[in-house]
Design a protein around this ligand. Structure first.
Ligand code: HEM
Length: 373
């Protein structure tokens, strides 16, 4: 509250209040293009074509529009409704597999395998390749972690190598789609001759890369954070058992209270930008503390309280502006189904360790394991 805009020692700026974040997310003088940044993400370093999350208009808009013709709104609500039986069956199967076990790991047994299965199916990535791409995705995410036990140079090198390996892998899958298109997203992007023209192979690969990572790493955390929050609020868990419709506002509140994406680290000022009376000089890198904005007491009453009855819950969990997450409808439904079924089927679940171990990422927040008995 006292310092909505803070300058860090390395010259970058941190914005942490709701009003300033909501404004800046719509400011056209801010760039998301990692090629403009002093500290580019390892996920983009060496990439000839970053994915559109790290691009500015007009390139961003063209690629987002093409991708949205197949996935984003207005298609997503229909797509998600059509997928509903498969989503429920996948969750049901995973719960069947661990029913009867004395102890389960919510992350390994459900929160991770569920969204991975879904995004693999949507994209046309073989599910059995998961152990291969898990290593690369982890390499990319760990490259920006704050684990003091690991060497930063080594992490960066691993991140760059992981990006290359993932790129090569997706390129191989795309090559198969050129001749024999199927009904998956990779095939549809490879054969789309819509009004915005066809994406190049490089563009399809970076889009697939984005969807693969964005499509599961975040949802894993929403489900795991959700179960943890429910176990810490047993009265709300009981209410949900008796009133399954509560799951809709409850997931919305989770996105505010325990959001999977805490920080957007990739913004830079195209020109001098004034935020809350502070001039951020042209070229500065800017970190957006979304999670902090969603707990701003000037915007949310009693912000540290988990309250699924909260009204007007316009959190920043999916960002805002031109980069607003277009996986929101899918992620919400996945979390609603997973948490709804867990609560319905687990008999008096109890946390084994609180707090659980967390991923040491400044960007993504969620437990790496969540043991329940
Ligand atoms: C963008 C969060 C799930 C695809 C974003 C952004 C946030 C976010 C904060 C904005 C980034 C920025 O402004 O730079 C989340 C959370 C999720 C989730 C919390 C789960 C709980 C998904 C899913 C998909 C997806 C399931 C796709 C299958 C995308 C894409 C973008 C994006 C493509 C980039 C949009 C653009 O640059 O125009 N997400 N996301 N996300 N997300 Fe998600």
């Amino acid at each position: 509250r006292r310092t909505p805009v803070a300058r860090q020692e390395d010259g970058s700026y941190v914005i942490s209040t709701y009003r300033e974040l909501a404004d800046i997310l719509h400011n056209p003088h801010l760039s998301s293009d990692v090629r403009n940044m002093s500290h580019p993400m390892p996920s983009a370093e060496g990439a000839t074509t970053p994915s559109f999350i790290n691009m500015d208009p007009p390139e961003h808009d063209r690629l987002r529009r093409i991708a949205m013709r197949h996935f984003g709104p207005p298609h997503t609500p229909g797509l998600v409704t059509a997928m509903e039986p498969a989503l429920t069956a996948t969750v049901g199967g995973l719960i069947d597999d661990f029913t009867g076990k004395e102890q389960i790991d919510i992350v390994d047994d459900l929160a991770y395998p569920f969204p991975v299965t879904v995004i693999c199916h949507l994209l046309g990535v073989p599910r059995e390749d998961e152990p291969r791409f898990r290593v690369w995705v982890n390499g990319l995410i760990n490259a920006i972690d704050y684990d003091p036990r690991t060497d930063p140079k080594e992490k960066l090198e691993n991140g760059v190598q992981a990006r290359k390996d993932l790129h090569e892998y997706l390129g191989g899958l795309l090559a198969q789609r050129h001749g024999r298109p199927g009904d998956d997203l990779l095939s549809r992007l490879a054969n789309d001759d819509g009004p915005d023209g066809r994406m190049t192979d490089e563009e399809i690969i970076s889009t697939a890369n984005l969807l693969l990572i964005a499509g599961h790493e975040t949802t894993v955390n929403l489900i795991a954070n959700g179960m943890l929050t429910l176990l810490r609020h047993p009265q709300i868990l009981e209410r949900l058992r008796g009133d399954p419709d509560l799951i809709v506002p409850l997931v919305e509140e989770l996105l505010r209270y325990e959001p999977p994406v805490h920080i957007i680290p990739w913004r830079a000022a195209y020109s001098d930008v004034t935020v809350a009376d502070t001039v951020i000089p042209k070229g500065s890198q800017i970190m957006l503390m979304l999670a902090s904005g969603s707990r701003d007491p000037d915007r949310f009453h009693d912000p540290d309280r988990f309250d699924p009855d909260r009204r007007d819950n316009q959190h920043l969990g999916f960002g805002s502006g031109i980069h607003l997450c277009f996986g929101g409808p899918l992620a919400r439904r996945e979390a609603q189904i997973a948490l709804g079924e867990l609560v319905r089927r687990l008999d008096r679940p109890r946390l084994v360790a609180d707090p659980p171990p967390y991923r040491r990422s400044p960007v993504l927040r969620g437990p790496i394991h969540l043991l329940v008995e």
